[in-house]
Design a binder for this molecule. Structure first.
Ligand code: SF4
Length: 69
């Protein structure tokens, strides 16, 4: 499973880092780091994190698609 976070949308609310700390990590106030290739045992957490993001910045997919870095 792959994820992309739209960092232009992300407001650093840290809901994701709270729900899936192994995948999302907040450095400082608003520098979000994330693991694009989600380990299998983190899928459910990441789905929950994506649902909890107040600005829907987290896109979840089997393949994240073009433009992914
Ligand atoms: S929950 Fe959404 S807005 Fe908050 S840090 Fe994560 S991606 Fe950014």
């Amino acid at each position: 499973m792959q994820i992309v976070v739209d960092l232009n949308r992300c407001q650093g609310y840290a809901q994701c880092a709270f729900l899936a700390p192994q995948v999302f990590e907040l450095h400082g106030e608003e520098a979000l780091m994330f693991t694009p290739a989600v380990p299998d045992d983190q899928r459910e957490r990441v789905r929950r994190a994506a649902a909890a993001c107040p600005v829907q910045a987290i896109v979840v997919g089997e393949r994240a698609g073009p433009g992914v870095r």
